[in-house]
Design a protein around this ligand. Structure first.
Ligand SMILES: *Cc1c(COP(=O)(O)O)cnc(C)c1O
Length: 490
């Protein structure tokens, strides 16, 4: 099975080439050429442990790697990196289920994919006889940066630079990045907000000649299919846990509520459903930035709206890149190209009634405010002694609205994307405590009042040496990248 661009079905590459490129040359995203080829017997998948499930799922999506190599990639990717034996444990909370995706080295769900992507990429380079060194450039609003730096640290043949908004992230997120070791890693603070950093990175991709100093550029954002596929696995893992616990019978549909930003995580759920997993509805939870909620309701995507900074910052987004993949599956390449052109030129597009009703078979959206999220954190702690982070809370509040509208006909799994200790100030405030603004003291306070432990990787950041001190302007990014690319070369 090959991959094609969402904007041109004639642009075809192998799965390993798709991982290597990240984005297709025409600006489209890579998708499997034929979804029906992904079908498998999910009962066989859920009979395996997490690694076994990952091997089966990866095998379908990445056929040109071969079975032996997939085995070795999965084993390397998930060995000794996650604190939970099950990798993504499912806990029963107050009649619903929370899928804890934050047990990896940087305490957010992005670790699940960024533990595997470096291995997928370095093996793809070998398979395609790719001689250049690879330089990963990534703009981050916080969580991707630390997970990507950690994942790519000390991977041979690859260097990585992340760009974070100097003032736009939490102190914990900043310390996670600037203390990251590995001779092949660099973190730059950019004077400006996330959009400035992201626009700057997009410009680097357009303007830097390739290869530059024998280095080729690639991306670790969720536009890369190699980031999406590892996330498909935990939809199976949640289903397996429900079956094993006797909560459902094999064949029962399960709904998943997903805190959504770039539409990557929820897209993985759609792919799991295409593979044959009995997924019911995929509930797309948004914060006050409700562009996806409106789209799923009306078919009108409109980015010309105010941008709000919320207490779930990893979901503060106006252009959800992975939605393009869904558009392709529902509308085809020509329409997708037309809609994306309209989005770029006018800031909006409208899909047809027919296309919208197809999307509504699988998806629905709810938006929740910071206040609704905070109330959910307080309530769940009071009723069930469970502490969740601000992103998970938006999803929990969205599943409240879903249950209000549709009733509890199917089991509901809420995806939990970060440890509450990554967003300690907001979580403390939601529990009625005053945050001090000092993340270390606030973590200790949160631990004290909830009786939960501070995750090891987060308590360690306050003691680690700061390795990355560069704060730069957007127009210095080009020179810094060129300098970094030529380091160690004559
Ligand atoms: C990135 C992120 C999200 C959004 O995920 P997408 O795949 O971009 O939709 C939600 N929660 C947290 C904590 C994140 O880091």
């Amino acid at each position: 099975m090959n991959y094609i661009s969402t904007r041109d079905v004639n642009h075809k590459v192998s799965s390993s080439q798709a991982v290597l490129d990240g984005l297709a040359k025409d600006g489209g995203l890579y998708v499997p050429e034929d979804l029906s080829e992904l079908k498998l017997d999910y009962k066989e998948v859920i009979a395996e442990d997490y690694r076994g499930m990952a091997k089966k799922v990866f095998g379908k999506f990445f056929p040109d790697y071969g079975e032996e190599l997939i085995d070795s990639i999965v084993t390397r990717s998930y060995k000794d990196k996650f604190t939970a034996e099950e990798i993504t444990p499912l806990v029963s909370v107050d009649g619903r289920y929370i899928l804890e995706l934050f047990c990896g080295p940087t305490c957010a769900f992005k670790d699940v994919a960024l533990s595997a992507l470096p291995n997928l990429m370095s093996e793809a380079a070998k398979l395609n006889d790719f001689k250049d060194e690879i330089l990963i450039l990534t703009a981050t609003s916080g969580d991707t940066g630390s997970a990507a730096l950690h994942g790519f640290s000390n991977v041979t043949g690859i260097r990585i630079a992340v760009f974070y908004p100097d003032k736009g992230i939490s102190e914990t997120q900043r310390l996670q990045m600037v203390t990251q070791s590995g001779a092949n890693t660099k973190a730059f603070g950019v004077r400006g907000n996330f959009d400035d950093a992201q626009t700057g990175v997009k410009r680097l991709f357009q303007e830097i000649p390739r290869p530059c100093e024998g280095v080729s550029l690639s991306s670790a954002n969720s536009i890369n299919i190699g980031r999406l596929v590892p996330q498909v696995v935990y939809y199976f893992a949640a289903y397996k846990s429900l079956v094993d616990a006797g909560e459902i019978k094999i064949g029962d549909a399960v709904d998943y509520t997903v805190p959504t930003g770039n539409f990557g995580d929820i897209m993985a759920g759609y792919l799991a459903k295409q593979m044959g997993l009995p997924v019911g509805k995929l509930v797309c939870a948004s914060n006050k930035n409700d562009v996806l909620t409106e789209f799923l309701e009306t078919g009108h995507y409109n980015k010309k709206r105010e941008f709000y900074k919320t207490s779930s910052p990893s979901m503060d987004i106006l252009v959800s890149s992975n939605l393009e993949r869904l558009l392709f599956f529902v509308c085809g390449a020509d329409k997708t190209k037309e809609y994306m052109k309209s989005l770029a030129e006018t800031g909006e597009y409208q899909i047809s009634e027919d296309e919208l009703s197809k999307i509504k078979r699988d998806f629905l959206g709810y938006a929740c405010s910071d206040e609704e999220g905070a109330a959910a954190i307080g309530r769940l702690f009071k009723d069930a002694s469970y502490v969740m982070d601000t992103h998970t809370a938006i999803a929990w509040a969205a599943s409240d609205k879903y249950l209000r509208d549709c009733g509890l006909q199917t089991k509901n799994v809420v995806l939990s994307t970060a440890s509450p200790y990554k967003f300690t100030g907001s979580v403390l405030a939601a529990l009625g405590e005053e945050a001090s603004g000092d993340d270390k003291a606030d973590m200790e306070r949160l631990s004290e009042i909830t009786g939960t432990e501070i995750p090891g990787p987060l308590s360690a950041i306050f003691e680690k040496e700061v390795k990355h001190r560069d704060i730069i302007d957007v127009d210095e990014m080009m020179d810094e990248v060129k300098k970094y690319a030529s380091e160690g070369k004559e």
